[in-house]
Design a protein around this ligand. Structure first.
Ligand code: NCD
Ligand code: ZN
Length: 352
């Protein structure tokens, strides 16, 4: 890649963790992602969740017809299935055969639309065995759901209680620890002994690289900075920034852009999720520039994801300009509106 203070050119990135919902709102959020990324891993937490190959194929067809309308059929949705206590080994094999990219583990009750998630991972062991056997990655929302555990500790506890035991039981299973938020997660993934194999990786969101938990409470409560896993202390942000910009291929881009209408966020019990898709690459560029590591952005954004998933890297290039972009206060979302991350402010970098 070429680097200069005012512009960078990199291979086109992919988003390895994205929510685009369904129906009327999908076209609005999909356009933002397709403008920047070549591919994205599409999360399956719809209502009802995408639990079968048939449901995923129908969802993919709806996405593709939307892309056609948008004139964005260069963009490829990579589909995932929502793991449940009842997912069979046969469904895993069928998913592999039908080009489904991964399974997603939501501990029941951990986040938005996760009620049908896994209550006890032991129920899923035959499915996990099949995933390990056919080379199907398991993407993990890494938080315990026990209400006794402090919400800021749920990710760290998950590592000891769930992630590490599963990795011991399925040493060849490819796993992605999604949207990590703590130094414990960053260091666990960095230091994990995976032998010769590349079996463990993590995605990191722009908000967790740019903000700490003060951002939820600056001058009042800030619902648009509330996502799950929730923002953590500054020391955790620094640990995430350090691994993301280190050139370590175990860490790659996943925005976790999670659209909820303005009304659903600004209410007495607001939904979790930040809408970062509007200029996600600008946000990541800011984060990397803040530690003088813009030269490490291309690996994180464009190489390490496809390498982990054994997919070809993209070949086309994009250019990011150091040109402040004003972010609108609101954007259309079906017949409602959505408040993007940085609404009413600027982002220092934008897509050429
Ligand atoms: C996501 C959503 O809204 O679907 N919300 C979030 O805060 N990240 C779900 C998730 O990824 O946890
Ligand atoms: Zn998510």
């Amino acid at each position: 890649m070429t680097t200069s203070p005012t512009q960078i050119q990199i291979i086109q990135p992919d988003d390895w963790h994205l929510h685009i919902r369904d129906g009327e709102v999908m076209k609005d959020v999909l356009a933002d992602t397709a403008r920047q990324f070549a591919r994205a891993i599409i999360m399956p937490n719809l209502k009802p969740p995408v639990t079968t190959v048939e449901l995923a194929k129908a969802y993919r067809a709806r996405i593709q017809s939307q892309l056609k309308i948008l004139g964005a059929d260069h963009f490829t949705p990579l589909m995932t299935l929502y793991l449940t206590d009842n997912t069979s080994a046969d469904e895993v094999r069928k998913a592999k055969a039908e080009g489904i990219t991964a399974f997603k583990l939501y501990p029941a009750g951990a986040t938005t639309n996760s009620d049908a998630g896994v209550s006890n991972l032991k129920c899923c062991y035959s499915a996990l065995e099949a995933m390990q056997e056919v080379g199907m990655p398991l993407l993990v929302h890494g938080e315990v759901t026990d209400s006794e555990i402090d919400i800021f500790d749920r990710e760290a506890v998950f590592i000891d209680k769930v992630l590490d035991p599963v990795r011991k039981d399925f040493p060849a299973l490819k796993m992605v620890f999604e949207h990590i938020t703590t130094s414990q997660a960053a260091h666990y993934v960095r230091d994990a002994n995976t032998g010769e194999k590349h079996t463990l990786a993590a995605t990191i969101t722009p908000q967790h690289l740019l903000m700490n938990r003060n951002a939820i409470f600056t001058g009042g409560i800030r619902p648009h900075h509330y996502c799950l896993p929730v923002l953590k202390r500054e020391e955790h942000r620094l640990a995430l920034l350090e691994v993301a910009t280190s050139g370590n291929p175990r860490f790659f881009l996943g925005t976790d852009s999670a659209p909820h209408s303005k009304a659903a966020k600004e209410t007495s019990c607001g939904c979790a999720g930040c809408y970062s898709a509007f200029n996600a690459l600008g946000l990541y560029a800011e984060a990397f520039e803040s530690v003088g590591k813009l030269d490490k952005l291309e690996g994180f954004a464009s190489f390490f994801g496809p390498d982990f998933y054994s997919l070809p890297r993209n070949t086309q290039k994009i250019t990011l300009l150091k040109q402040a972009q004003s972010i609108p206060h609101e954007l259309p979302l079906g017949d409602a509106t959505i408040v993007p991350l940085r609404a009413g402010e600027t982002i220092a970098w934008s897509l050429a």
